[in-house]
Design a binder for this molecule. Structure first.
Ligand code: ADP
Length: 482
């Protein structure tokens, strides 16, 4: 992989300020999903190396916690600036290991860096309270303190942002952190560690351990030094990690699966709704947990919407994300392709029709045609299960009550979207949707200043915004008798 600054391409793990191989010498190879080529390897570490990273985080904690918020902020700010200075290299690295087009990778680097900037600032505002006493001689005070040593397990779909969205608030609050990145996309994580070191983040404050998910994850959840785990990934794995964390009553933040409804009412601006659907459904090739998974379109505008969406996806250019003008890369792996195919086969067997795409792309590998299914019945698998691919299933609905019932009929509750103009309807629907986030007349709502997170089986806690740092502090109550 050719970068302007070749030292951002690290093939060793970063523990306690040192670049290391696995004790066993074993490695995992990392592939480019667009070409199938091997990019390199990373150490296949396990419990022992993870324990050392955790112990280093514990040793580093007192000095890091003792810095003023302003001192920690200066280093996070520097880390943010270094990410932007190296945006091009970081984007290239990400496209090579993840497959998303360069423009999206550049966007993710800016988005990822924004969490460091934001929390560098928010870290200075971890205010407590003074509470009017319940007795004349009592003074009650609330202070907030860092939780301590924290751990993060992150997915491959946003290889940089899912790390900074956790490490930003953790480090700003005075916590230390050990990260296990997804094995498909470790290089973005290791490049972040290189930049953290250059930014003056001390050894042990931020470590990145690559390797076996079960062994590294098992140590992160099983080691009592770790006081908190933040995880982004599938609901099944999240449930398992939460159960493992129950032993020590560790705090957990979980950003899990979604099954986002995208509703188009008959008073919507249809062109805007199509643009919103395009970005919400096909961004990152449908591989985000906030991607529209089920598109509900009201009877009167159904045909018109289908036609416009077909025209819109015809503009997508599929290919290697490093090439000019590409809007859509490959899927992450063969398993992802199989899932899209299963959802299509199930829906069509139950009466749905393919009107665009529907099969693997002529480019081969894990490329897949952007697909639209119409007349999808309510009992299709895709109504319940997250596709995580470029498949837009269109359901028809008659009225508001029916669509709200269908939209909420899922165990998930992360993102939801709807397009409408009637102001009363806008409020009614926004309040009725059982989701942590509602996009109204927009298909894109993630940013560092707003609280990202879900309800129901989509998770616990919020990331970003002024709320995000709350997940990394403990409340302590002081009762003073005078
Ligand atoms: P995805 O479907 O996005 O790959 P996963 O939940 O499988 O979601 O993976 C998200 C992250 O969780 C990855 O870093 C992966 O390595 C890690 N992971 C998967 N299984 C386990 C496990 N049993 N214990 C700890 N981490 C795991």
């Amino acid at each position: 992989m050719q970068l302007q600054d070749q030292s951002l391409f690290r093939q060793q793990a970063y523990i306690d300020g040192a670049w290391l191989d696995a004790d066993s010498g074993q490695t995992i190879s990392v592939n480019n999903p667009a070409t199938g080529e091997t990019l390199g390897t990373v150490p296949k570490m396990g419990g022992a190396e993870t324990r050392r990273a955790i112990e280093a985080a514990e040793r580093a904690l007192p000095a890091w916690r003792a810095l003023t918020a302003k001192e920690r902020s200066a280093r996070l700010r520097k880390w943010f600036e270094l990410m932007l200075e190296n945006q091009e290299d970081l984007a290239r690295l990400m496209t090579c290991e993840q497959g998303k087009p360069l423009a999206e990778s550049r966007g993710e680097i800016a988005y990822a860096a924004s969490f460091l900037e934001w929390f560098a600032e928010e870290g200075k505002r971890i205010y407590g309270d003074t509470i009017p006493g319940h007795m004349a001689d009592k003074r009650l005070i609330v202070i907030k303190q860092p939780i301590g040593v924290t751990a993060a397990i992150t997915p491959w779909n946003f290889p940089a942002a899912m790390i900074t969205r956790k490490a930003g608030p953790a480090l700003a609050a005075g916590c230390t952190m050990v990260v296990k990145p997804a094995s498909q996309t470790p290089y973005s994580a290791l490049a972040l560690a290189e930049l953290a070191e250059r930014a003056g983040i001390p050894a042990g404050v931020f470590s990145v351990v690559t390797g076996s998910a079960a062994a590294v994850g098992g140590e992160l959840t099983g080691n009592p030094i770790v006081r908190k785990l933040s995880f982004t990934g599938s609901t099944d794995v999240g449930r398992q990690l939460m159960a493992e964390c129950a032993k020590d009553i560790k705090k957990v933040s979980l950003e899990l699966g979604g099954n986002a409804p995208f509703i188009v009412f008959d008073d919507a601006d249809l062109d805007a709704a199509v643009e919103g659907a395009l970005i919400s459904k096909y961004r990152n090739n449908g591989q985000t947990c906030v991607c529209a998974n089920r598109l509900y379109v009201q009877d009167a505008v159904y045909e018109a919407f289908v036609e416009k969406l077909q025209a819109a996806i015809a503009r997508l250019k599929i290919g290697n994300g490093l090439d000019d003008g590409i809007t859509t890369g490959p899927l992450i792996d063969a398993k992802a392709v199989t899932k899209v195919q299963e959802h299509i086969a199930d829906a069509t067997a139950k009466g749905a029709k393919v009107v665009s795409g529907g099969k693997p792309h002529a480019l081969g590998g894990t490329f897949f045609e952007p697909t639209i299914l119409v007349d999808v019945p309510k009992n299709a698998l895709v109504a319940k299960d997250e596709t995580f691919g470029p498949l837009a299933p269109l359901f028809r609905f008659k009225d508001e009550a029916e669509v709200i019932q269908m939209a909420n009929d899922t165990e998930f509750g992360l993102a939801s979207y709807f397009y409408a103009k009637d102001l009363s309807r806008v409020f009614r629907v926004a309040e009725a949707l059982e989701y942590g986030m509602v996009g109204i007349n927009t298909g894109l709502m993630s940013n560092e200043v707003a609280p990202f997170g879900g309800v129901k089986a989509s998770g616990l806690g919020r990331e970003g915004s002024k709320y995000g740092i709350e997940d990394y502090v403990e409340i302590k109550y002081l009762c003073l008798s005078i």
